[in-house]
Design a protein around this ligand. Structure first.
Ligand SMILES: [Zn+2]
Length: 202
């Protein structure tokens, strides 16, 4: 939930601001139950190859996949550049409820949609190690964007053996390319990911 992904940012997710209150509420419930809250943070260098600006002649939204598949399938506007305000968490998000912040996407030639690992699956962010150190078996995912960071985190979660719950009312997608949201939901369903909503915690 970073500034660039909220309406007004460089890579805004429609209605991204509408889920913040619910996320804070669920995070608070988790803390009260002594559960762990983890935030992920896109943390790109300025020369990151997921940015269209680093590909002469390309524009944000253009289709592009690098040879090794570590960048793509589309290019993005510059976003969440390290140590800039655009990469900060949105002001209304209750960051103090988080136990851990996992940064990702620091290598210029590799993107990391998943909170767990790089897109080429060659290196992990440290999230799995952290969760396993706490003997966590079940994870709940919400935030932005549904069909990228949330989706890849959820699917990796299944691949890594966690019981995965997806808070569908506390996420919004970019739907790029068009149809990507419904496709992501379909795959997640087939992978045995549990769809729930924030009311499930009341
Ligand atoms: Zn990014």
């Amino acid at each position: 939930m970073q500034n660039d992904f909220i309406p007004g940012g460089s890579l805004p997710v429609e209605e991204g601001d509408l889920i913040i209150e619910g996320i804070n509420l669920v995070a608070k419930i988790f803390k009260n139950k002594k559960a762990i809250v983890v935030l992920t943070q896109d943390w790109h260098p300025l020369n990151h190859l997921s940015f269209a600006s680093n590909h002469p002649g390309k524009n944000p939204g253009d289709e592009f996949t690098s040879e090794d598949g570590a960048i793509g399938p589309i290019l993005w506007p510059d976003h969440c550049v390290q140590d800039t305000e655009s990469a900060e968490f949105y002001k209304d998000l209750k960051i103090d409820l988080a136990d851990k912040i996992i940064q990702k996407g620091m290598k210029p030639n590799v993107d990391s949609y998943s909170g767990f690992q790089d897109n080429d699956k060659k290196s992990e962010t440290g999230l799995r190690k952290y969760l396993n150190s706490l003997n966590i078996k079940r994870i709940f995912i919400c935030g932005l964007a549904l069909d990228y960071c949330c989706y890849f985190t959820a699917v990796d979660g299944v691949d890594f053996g966690y019981d995965v719950y997806f808070l569908v009312d506390l996420t919004r997608g970019v739907d790029l390319p068009p149809g990507n949201i419904s496709n992501s939901l379909k795959i997640m369903k087939n992978r045995g990911i549990n769809f729930i909503n924030k009311e499930s915690f009341k």
